[in-house]
Write a protein that binds this ligand. Sequence first.
Ligand SMILES: NC(=O)C1=CN([C@@H]2O[C@H](COP(=O)(O)OP(=O)(O)OC[C@H]3O[C@@H](n4cnc5c(N)ncnc54)[C@H](O)[C@@H]3O)[C@@H](O)[C@H]2O)[C@@H](O)CC1
Ligand SMILES: Nc1ncnc2c1ncn2[C@@H]1O[C@H](COP(=O)(O)OP(=O)(O)O)[C@@H](O)[C@H]1O
Ligand SMILES: [K+]
Length: 490
Amino acid sequence: MDGAWSAAAVRRAESQLMAQLPPGTLMQRAAAGLATECARILMQQRRKRGTAGVYGSTVIVLAGPGDNGGDALFAAARLARRGARVFAVPVMGDRVHPVAAAALTRAGGRLVATPPRHCDLLLDGVLGIGGRPGLPGRAIDQLAAIDADTIVAVDVPSGVDVDTGAVPGSAVTADVTVAFGSRKPCHVLGRAALLVGRLVLVDIGLAPYLDPHPAVRVADDGDLAAWWHEPGPDDDKYTRGVVGVAAGSERYPGAAVLATSGALAGPSGYVRYAGTAAEHVRRRHPEVVCTQEVKEAGRVQAWLAGPGFGTDEAALAELRHVLESPAPVVLDADALTLIGEYPSVLSQREAPVVLTPHDREYERLYGSPPAEDRGAAAAVLAKRLNCTVLLKGHHTVVASSDGEVWANPTGRPQLATAGSGDVLAGFMASLLASGMGGAKAAVAASYLHGLAGGIAGAGHRTVTASDVARALPLAVGATLTAAETPSKRS
Ligand SMILES: NC(=O)C1=CN([C@@H]2O[C@H](COP(=O)(O)OP(=O)(O)OC[C@H]3O[C@@H](n4cnc5c(N)ncnc54)[C@H](O)[C@@H]3O)[C@@H](O)[C@H]2O)[C@@H](O)CC1
Ligand SMILES: Nc1ncnc2c1ncn2[C@@H]1O[C@H](COP(=O)(O)OP(=O)(O)O)[C@@H](O)[C@H]1O
Ligand SMILES: [K+]
């Protein structure tokens, strides 16, 4: 498991580490890592044009008053020593890190008020973890005036809310963000995560000092492999878990077909379907055992209820039957609308429940749209309803009722296609049926669903929900294989 640590937690870890080191060591480690990445970028982009590497390139630094500006200026000094033409623009009056500015000048760089209009690389050293959201006006003006081939954000894209990922004002949009010591929540949550570009982590020796509980957790291939239930020689189709799908209707049979496609891609050994779209499911998936109603379906180890099954009396009755079961349950789509109208149907529930709202469904459940701090938004709903909440979006968030927050690192906008959520929900129910806990199943399902979107959409291919379902087994295979050989995927 990886994670993202708040600014305060990073500062605590940094001060412990700094106490062990000569003054300035940490900033030099950060600057060295940053300069190495910048040199790599310059060499790559200039090689494409047939020009030399760092030598002769133009680098502009937007320098704020704090240590973030210090990192940028020290890194730029290293580039200047390799022959880059460096121009540093102080963006808050003339306040800049004095020692770093002197180092840049000694290396041949210049502090200027008006830099060239074009550069190979722009370093955003305006604000780091000490930044409040929003950018000073001079930084906004410079960003608009300079045409940069590549924008590299130092530690975080300046202007974002570091701890929540909210972007309430102006902020830098980076091509690459070079982060020091650890991820911060803005790298993985909310609109800020869209401004990060490619994230590069520079190791400055912080890891042993970081709190073992990050503010936001981020799953990796190893977690997925540890949680995944591979069938053993003594398993049979029942011991692998039976998943029940209560979805679809005569009007929306597709939801039943897609939700069962998702369930079939998961680790459970048996998929039952209960609903009025049984004929469609049978035709498409002969493996699925179908009944018309939930109470005829027999025992399952987990249920999915909701996609396309309507919000009328009959649907409410089916939802009540599902919730009477002692098995864990995923509630999606129409089931979320019903829960918003009749919250009392959840009150007797003891077995785990996972709710999978997108923003409009969240509003139906919570009474107002999710806050820009999407981690907190998911967590308050999870606590109020005593459920796991998977809040969908470009960076899906999972929160458990006890306050654990996970950010999903996979996925791409092609997943925003009708029925893709039905596939996700069916797949998640299969993970629950295999014995995975509520939060882990939600985290694992969004992780693998995101990868499946990437596989289905590789090479700019268009993607349908059926494509995502077909790609899920490939995503599972790639993840479990990568966990066996970690060097194969970074
Ligand atoms: N603490 C350490 O040991 C290390 C810190 N490092 C760097 O230090 C950074 C943090 O540096 P600082 O704590 O100096 O903070 P920042 O460099 O983020 O800047 C804080 C300054 O900006 C002002 N400010 C904040 N938000 C503003 C806004 N929206 N508009 C105008 N002014 C604003 C503040 O009043 C303060 O003067 C990290 O992000 C990282 O880049 C690295 O060098 C690694 C080591
Ligand atoms: N812009 C986006 N970038 C990445 N993933 C997205 C984006 N928009 C939606 N998604 C994902 O696509 C899926 C859509 O689910 P949902 O809205 O329930 O669709 P449907 O109800 O049609 O099945 C979710 O997994 C969501 O996280
Ligand atoms: K920055």
